[in-house]
Design a protein around this ligand. Structure first.
Ligand code: HPA
Length: 285
């Protein structure tokens, strides 16, 4: 569903909640921080350089109609600040379809960020590796995606002010941004795989047969977020980059349970490299 009035109310509330000192700030870059990555938002708040003004934090709870994340590993706030001098609007935490949230709720953050002036969006997540060559604890740049959630954020009447009725998805992730991410990772010595992400509804983890099928479909990693956000972002004409922290490895012939604590711990470890990559990347955008 497309809900421009609700999104506008949240945009207005976010603008009003930001301190006057930040009101002139145009955050061209948006960042969605998933599982294990909230630490980067703290850096936005303090500013890496003493000369930079501290950022501002606005809790989702203070924005009308904004859905609150229901998972412990996700905080819920927008943080406007500077990363190496670049004004960034970060969404710290997200809600998911598996929490019973609608596609419109899942995509509200993307639409609010676009309303705030964001033109480029970096979406992060934790994902399970399906490609047997990919190791847990490493990062993956999303080259393409499969929306296997069964829903779309674009159903219902189209908001022409946002985008086209049938938006193009021939390149969901910006090729130039991907190239820049891979180049930057190489310079830092950070291992960054490149692959296809399949987004599923969840919350159950995949069975061995599902894992085998997703791999045969061409997916390299699986997760329960991101794909709808990317569709909403492309509809709005935002350039998107997707970066996954591979928190576990799913091989259909030797599957073992993956406790949430492990997903969070390994994603946090990979998240340290992702934070390094993001810090270096923003200066090149
Ligand atoms: N499956 C689905 N979502 C996930 C996984 C997984 O293995 N790991 C992290 N998020």
């Amino acid at each position: 569903m497309q809900n421009p009035q609700e999104v506008q109310l949240a945009v207005d509330a976010l603008r009003a909640a930001l301190p006057a000192a930040t009101s002139g700030e145009k955050p061209l870059l948006g960042l969605i921080l998933g599982t294990g990555l909230s630490g980067l938002a703290a850096e936005l708040l303090t500013g890496p350089a003493a000369s930079e003004a501290p950022g501002a934090r606005v809790a989702f709870a203070s924005l009308p109609g904004f859905p609150l994340p229901g998972v412990d590993s996700h905080q819920g706030a927008f943080v406007l600040g500077r990363l190496h001098g670049v004004p960034v609007l970060a969404q710290q935490g997200r809600c998911h379809l598996y929490e019973g949230r609608s596609p419109a709720e899942v995509c509200m953050g993307v639409r609010v960020m676009a309303g705030m002036g964001v033109k480029t969006l970096i979406i992060t997540n934790a994902a399970g590796a399906l490609n047997p060559r990919f190791e847990a604890g490493t990062l993956m740049c999303m080259a393409d995606q499969i929306n296997h959630t069964g829903v779309s954020p674009l159903t219902g009447p189209n908001c022409a002010a946002w985008g086209e009725r049938f938006p193009d998805m021939s390149a969901p992730f910006d090729p130039a941004l991907q190239a820049l991410a891979l180049e930057t990772a190489g310079e830092l010595g950070v291992r960054l795989e490149r692959g296809v992400y399949i987004g599923v509804h969840g919350p159950e983890m995949e069975s061995p047969a599902e894992t085998r099928m997703y791999r045969q479909w061409g997916a390299d990693a699986v997760g329960m977020s991101t794909v709808l956000e990317v569709i909403a972002a492309r509809h709005l004409g935002l350039r998107a980059l997707g970066l996954s922290c591979l928190s576990n490895k799913n091989l259909p012939d030797c599957m073992t349970p993956v406790p949430l604590a492990e997903v969070i711990a390994v994603a946090a470890r990979a998240g340290e490299n992702l934070a390094r990559l993001l810090r270096a990347l923003v200066t090149k955008l």
